[in-house]
Design a protein around this ligand. Structure first.
Ligand code: MN
Length: 507
């Protein structure tokens, strides 16, 4: 980056990623994981390369304790940490689940002292010190947080930090508990803390004003060695700093290394999205559906020249693929490139006329699927009977809370039917569509996502990823509702798979 030399502070060469998806992330209103899923996510986080996994807060429930115990017993490559209040009973509960790290916290701001803890500053200081000593007596690596640190009087905050350092804490954390600091202030606060202690310092930022990532990075600029973050930025209220954004900014903007294996980040994001039930917005950096999608003719033209024109980092770096979307902003170059891929000759007049039709559909408020572009091309090029996928029929039944779905599809010139069951209409439809295409090709479902805003023409969009014989394919479908969109997406993915296999055999 051209501006990097302008940073006056010396950046660390490496930052520690402290992942709290399974603790603060799971504290998101309405999120809860089954113990099995918690273990599965912990394994995925370790595989992603996070340094520390904050696995949970044992006193929450017996399921929570069981899950954490399983995580600590799994021998993961990440350190496993649990949260604990400055209470003997919490620290004892933590010891029962056998973590390597313990994250003890107590609030230090006057607001929390007065309205929550009803304690004096002296009492809080005493409790922080005795709890750190008690946690150390178990042999844990102790990470100490001064909750609401950014609303704590700075001299008192430093007094607490110095006291717990003396008591044996291994690292300190500065939580911006209600997300009210700004980057400039965070940078100064971390610098001040760094000048007063010797042990490593962490930042834990919340996104109430959309500044969690910026504040975290400002902390690193001032020398913070550890960053707390969650996958997809989930967490209390507006969430925490997003791990993918922090780690990617550190690596690709600041040049600070982490242990994160970026090529795995998209899959982990999708896993968190699915298991937590918290949808990632389309425009979310790095992991959102549109993060590497282009529609505007000017941008697509640039991308076809070189992706560096409009992409800061190649999508493959994050385990993703670029996507060209057709709509009212489309241009001739993108359409030409797309049609060439499907074997259409380059004929500017014909392609211009297809482009006009695409824009007419988009101006009418409709979304434009790749299938629609291909059928417009067939008309203009006078091709008939080209093999394509489409949904001929879908039906649904609900009885005793179980859905049965059936569908009839045309896939690569073959007519196939399937039926499926599910606890939701979409699940049943997915199963029916998979059973149908399995008549012609053996596929497994890898991932699925549905967008279904109300009151928009062709409202629902679905994306499925299927795999067959080691090859993965993405199918997209549009429909008047999620059921049709999902069936159409499966048909499209299976069609592409067969189409490419047959082209290989033919060629
Ligand atoms: Mn928090």
């Amino acid at each position: 980056m051209a501006w990097r030399r302008l940073l006056e502070s010396a950046l660390p060469s490496r930052a520690v990623m402290f992942d709290t998806t399974l603790r603060d992330g799971e504290q998101t209103a309405g999120a809860a994981l089954r113990p099995d899923d918690k273990v599965r996510l912990a394994e995925a986080l370790a595989d992603l390369g996070v340094d520390v996994i904050e696995a949970g807060f044992p006193p929450v429930s017996s399921g929570e304790s069981t899950a954490i115990k399983e995580i600590t017993a799994a021998g993961l490559s990440s350190k496993v940490c649990v949260l604990s209040r400055c209470e003997k009973s919490d620290i004892d509960a933590a010891a029962k689940v056998n973590p390597q790290w313990i994250h003890v916290f107590i609030a230090t701001s006057d607001i929390h002292l007065k309205h929550k803890l009803r304690m004096t500053r002296e009492q809080v200081l005493e409790k922080a010190v005795s709890s750190v000593e008690y946690a150390k007596s178990y042999g844990f690596t102790v990470h100490f947080s001064a909750e609401d640190a950014t609303r704590t009087e700075v001299p008192y905050l430093l007094q607490v930090f110095q006291a717990v350092e003396k008591a044996g804490a291994d690292s300190l954390d500065i939580p911006d508990t209600v997300g009210t600091i700004i980057p400039t202030a965070m940078k100064r606060l971390v610098a001040t803390v760094k000048n007063s202690v010797k042990i490593p310092v962490a930042v834990h930022c919340h996104d109430d004003f959309g500044l969690a990532v910026a504040n975290s990075l400002a902390g690193v600029e001032a020398g913070a060695e550890i960053v707390h973050a969650t996958i997809n930025g989930i967490g209390e209220r507006a969430g925490n700093a997003s791990l993918e954004e922090v780690a990617a900014s550190l690596k690709f903007l600041y040049g600070v290394e982490t242990n994160i294996r970026f090529e795995k980040i998209f899959r982990v994001s999708r896993l968190v999205e699915r298991l937590m039930g918290i949808t990632v917005p389309k425009n979310k950096a790095i992991v959102g559906d549109n993060a590497f999608a282009h529609e505007s003719g000017i941008h697509v033209h640039g991308i076809l020249g070189s992706p560096t024109t409009y992409e800061p980092v190649m999508p493959e770096v994050f385990g993703r693929r670029r996507r060209i979307v057709f709509g009212k902003h489309s241009g001739i170059h993108g359409l030409e490139a797309f049609l060439r891929e499907y074997g259409y000759s380059v004929d500017r007049d014909k392609i211009s006329s297809i482009l006009r039709s695409v824009k007419e559909v988009a101006d009418g408020g409709g979304k434009v699927s790749e299938e629609l572009v291909l059928s417009l091309a067939d008309e203009v090029y006078g091709r008939t009977g080209r093999q394509r996928s489409y949904v001929k029929n879908v039906y649904l039944m609900l009885s005793n809370d179980r859905f049965t779905a059936g569908c009839e599809l045309m896939v690569a010139g073959e007519f196939v039917k399937g039926e499926g069951l599910g606890s939701s209409a979409v699940e049943a439809a997915l199963s029916a569509a998979l059973n149908a295409v399995r008549k012609v090709v053996d596929v497994q479902i890898v991932d699925m996502k549905v967008h279904a805003p109300y009151f928009v023409n062709h409202a629902a969009e679905a994306e499925v990823v299927i795999s067959a014989a080691g090859e993965e394919l993405v199918g997209r479908g549009l429909g008047q509702d999620p059921v049709h969109a999902v069936v159409s997406a499966v048909a499209s993915a299976a069609h592409q798979l067969l189409f490419s296999q047959r082209r290989l055999e033919a060629g």
